[in-house]
Design a protein around this ligand. Structure first.
Ligand SMILES: Nc1ncnc2c1ncn2[C@@H]1O[C@H](COP(=O)(O)OP(=O)(O)OP(=O)(O)O)[C@@H](O)[C@H]1O
Length: 479
């Protein structure tokens, strides 16, 4: 159900007229005839926009009550978008309302077209505010918790864990962040490399500047120049307007080059040239622009693969890895599993409104024995899934649905081997071919991941999916 539009007026005829005019917008309409009704509607429903008649009490002409209600509505819900309605002579009042935070105004008698256009814009504004709020919450979740709310071992890096390995990573971040040194973050997929990059940015002198991420595995070679360097209008057929490239967008901040190991050899000199000269020339322009940025890059390739000049140019590597931070796989820091699991449990219990009492002992044992080939991301997905499906007060091993390789990994089989022989018979009780679409999909996703050593970009390419689409599937299957 989309959030509602609340109409506040004590004149039933005006309410009816507004209802008729706005019905075609397709969002739920609520009505309130008094301030108390309006505040109650706000408490009981998800409201995006309020259409508030400032002179909602008949005979009231100075709009005092309307303005007071405007303030109370905004206090109750800061993301709310309020459009005020005034009598035709009341433009001064409308201006006053807008100074107090109303987003727009409509004068009576209104034109239905204008009213609809205004409300449409208000709904769009609410969607933007809502999205910004969601992004803010997500950023907090990802490691920028609001002051005072972080757990003791979490702040300020957002990197949870008490293993000496993660303590070492945190100490390196502290030491390196204030310098302008380029940093290369190494580690398997899902170990937290992006969190490290974000932590470096936040703790640097560039924290007030932008942090711009480029997934080097996802930029098609044909769009590389335009995406990174930008283009001028008319530079090629589809260039209808100027476009700022990602590198210029990071000016004054940090450029995070994710999956740098996937940058084709042929394109590497282009990136190197920009990093060496600190000048970027948009496609179709002959004026290089100076850029001031710090580069953090990340890859899941092993150090020795990266050092192989047939894959990666030594001069580019040398530019990127002034400092290297290695984030170890979760199986090498198993002490972090309980803390991370507990953190994700609290996060998702809140998100899904499920007051769970923790993990059963068997679940804790299963998590401790698991190999976690997908690292922290897989743990996060497993706990989210468990929170959603758990029927009891505590999460059991069956809720976690750890993939077969995990359970076998505890007996010594490697995760990749086990992923490779996830037998269909296991799923359908031993006979015939298992054609259950969900299970087939899970197996295929698992195989692609195992085949590419959990390199998300390569597995996504193999499956013909975008990285985001693969992440969604991994999440659904608890991988
Ligand atoms: N130490 C940690 N504390 C809390 N959350 C973590 C930690 N490490 C990873 N995560 C979480 O795990 C998920 C994966 O982390 P992230 O995206 O940083 O990994 P990555 O190594 O960059 O993965 P990829 O190589 O696939 O892009 C994210 O949801 C992140 O918040």
């Amino acid at each position: 159900m989309p959030p509602a539009l609340l109409l506040v007026d004590d004149d039933p005829d005006v309410l009816l007229a507004a209802r008729l005019a706005l019905a075609e917008l397709g969002c739920p309409l609520l009505e309130a005839a008094t301030p108390a009704d309006a505040l109650q509607a706000l408490a009981e429903h998800e409201v995006a926009v309020v259409l508030l008649d400032l002179n909602f009490r008949r005979g009231d002409t100075d709009g005092r009550e309307g303005l007071a209600l405007l303030a109370r509505l905004q206090r109750a819900q800061p993301a709310l978008v309020v459009v005020v309605v005034t009598a035709h002579a009341g433009v001064g009042l409308a201006v006053q309302a807008m100074q107090q935070g109303a987003a727009d105004f409509v004068a009576k008698p209104w034109s239905n077209e204008r009213l609809r256009a205004t409300v449409r814009q208000a709904l769009a504004l609410h969607a933007t505010r809502h999205e910004a709020e969601r992004a803010r919450r997500q950023a907090a979740e990802l490691g920028q918790p609001p002051a005072g709310s972080a757990g003791p071992r979490e702040a300020p890096h957002g990197l949870i864990g008490e293993s000496s390995a993660i303590a070492h990573v945190r100490a390196l971040i502290d030491r390196v962040a204030p310098t302008d040194a380029n940093v290369l973050v190494l580690g398997e997929n899902g170990t937290g490399k992006e969190l490290v990059a974000a932590a470096l940015h936040r703790a640097s002198a560039r924290a007030d500047g932008p942090l711009v991420t480029v997934d080097m595995g996802a930029v098609p070679a044909t769009l590389f120049d335009s995406e990174l360097f930008g283009h001028r209008r008319g530079a090629f057929t589809d260039a209808r307007s100027d476009r700022v490239g990602r590198i210029a967008a990071a000016d004054g901040g940090t450029l995070f080059l994710d999956e740098i190991g996937n940058l084709p050899l042929a394109l590497q000199p282009r990136l190197l040239a920009v990093l060496e000269r600190r000048l970027v020339t948009p496609v179709g322009s002959d004026r290089p622009l100076p850029v001031d940025l710090r580069v953090v890059s990340a890859t899941n390739l092993r150090r020795d693969t990266l050092a192989d000049e047939r894959q990666f140019r030594a001069d580019l590597l040398w530019r990127l890895n002034t400092v290297e931070i290695h984030v170890p796989p979760l199986r090498q820091r198993r002490q972090d599993v309980p803390l991370l699991a507990e953190h994700f449990l609290q996060l998702y219990a809140r998100k899904y409104g499920r007051p769970l009492r923790g993990f059963s002992e068997a679940a804790q044992r299963a998590m401790a024995a698991h190999d976690w080939p997908g690292n922290v991301r897989a743990l996060r997905h497993a706990v989210e899934r468990a929170v959603v499906v758990c029927a009891g007060a505590r999460i059991g091993p069956e809720d976690l649905a750890l993939a077969a390789p995990a359970r076998r990994a505890a007996d010594g089989t490697s995760a990749a081997e086990a992923a490779d022989d996830t037998a269909p018979e296991a799923a359908n009780g031993g006979g015939g071919e298992d054609l259950n679409l969900e299970r087939v999909e899970r197996r295929v996703v698992e195989r692609a991941l195992a085949l590419h050593a959990w390199n998300i970009s390569l597995a996504a390419r193999e499956l013909g999916l975008s990285r985001a689409a693969l992440y969604r599937r991994m999440q659904r299957h608890g991988l």
